[in-house]
Design a binder for this molecule. Structure first.
Ligand SMILES: *[C@@H]1O[C@H](CO)[C@@H](O)[C@H](O)[C@H]1NC(C)=O
Length: 285
């Protein structure tokens, strides 16, 4: 368990940005060059001071979502043998999941408080306990079952919802490279959706959140320079008028809230849940 968690962390390259992109918070998971893991939880007032290389951020606008467009994209490598394991619901729920139980949890997983793993656990717990932003519903799911329950509460019964994730068609050896959009495979207009992102923890935990606003979900086929093929999920937020002006995506794109859509890719093992709808092909674009 401990070993898996460590190697999973080390798999993240120089800089990983896990984007929880709504409202006035962007939460960035940053691994520094010395391989120590820091989780920076940035509120809008310190956003301007961030020193992250913007070229590593995969933000773009809807008008860039077209066949032939080339983008450099970072896809964290996913290795099932070293990723945190999913726990059955009963097992996960037999353990506390709370920052006030941190001492107990660190002892349980044999991590010391100051270790990268200990710091990551604490940050994840704090992140999960933070208040959602206005209009947002959030939940950290410690099992697949609880992720599904949360999603159903928002979107409806199991038969009415659909889940999508980025799929690597080829076994990738490169995590950061130029990709060309080869095909827009699918488009879903989704006023309601739930996005679930994996967060660092000794077992699989998903940070799920939902905000009702105009979103579009796309599946695009990407071709990497090295021949990699990725069926990548993209979410475009059409209404950004409520986002903080200092949101990191506006800085990257050089736009202001409400003036532009903001799109981003989803790494593998993140999930996008939407109500079942008729998907539309690229002809509708
Ligand atoms: C992507 O292509 C551009 C232009 O050729 C190049 O400057 C850049 O270094 C490439 N990025 C990666 C990650 O290979």
């Amino acid at each position: 368990m401990g070993i898996n968690f460590i190697s999973w962390i080390l798999l993240l390259h120089l800089l990983v940005i896990l984007l929880f992109s709504h409202g006035d918070q962007a939460r960035e998971l940053v691994e520094t060059e010395d391989k120590s893991l820091k989780i920076q939880h940035k509120h809008h007032h310190n956003h301007m001071n961030h020193n992250i290389d913007p070229s590593l951020m995969v933000f773009f606008t809807l008008k860039d979502l077209k066949v032939g467009k080339i983008m450099q994209i970072y896809f964290p490598k996913r290795d099932p043998s070293t990723s945190p394991k999913l726990w059955p619901k009963e097992e996960a729920e037999s353990l506390p999941f709370s920052s006030n139980q941190l001492s107990y949890l660190l002892k349980f997983f044999s991590f010391s408080r100051g270790s990268p793993q200990g710091i990551a656990m604490e940050s994840t717990l704090k992140e999960c306990e933070s208040k959602p932003i206005k209009g947002e519903v959030k939940f950290c799911a410690t099992s697949l079952e609880s992720m599904l329950e949360f999603t159903q509460n928002i979107l409806g019964s199991e038969s009415d919802i659909q889940v999508y994730a980025t799929l690597h068609q080829t076994k990738s050896s490169v995590t950061f490279q130029n990709y060309t959009i080869v095909e827009i495979m699918m488009e879903i207009r989704a006023p309601k959706m739930v996005a679930c992102h994996t967060v660092p923890y000794p077992y699989a935990v998903f940070y799920c959140h939902s905000q009702e606003s105009e979103n579009r979900v796309y599946k695009v086929l990407l071709g990497g320079e090295n021949g990699d093929k990725v069926e990548a999920m993209v979410v475009c937020h059409l209404d950004t008028s409520q986002w903080a002006p200092s949101h990191v995506s506006f800085q990257v794109l050089g736009v202001t809230p409400g003036s532009s859509s903001v799109c981003h890719f989803f790494p593998a093992d993140n999930y996008i849940w939407v109500p079942k709808v008729k998907s539309q092909g690229s002809s509708s674009m």
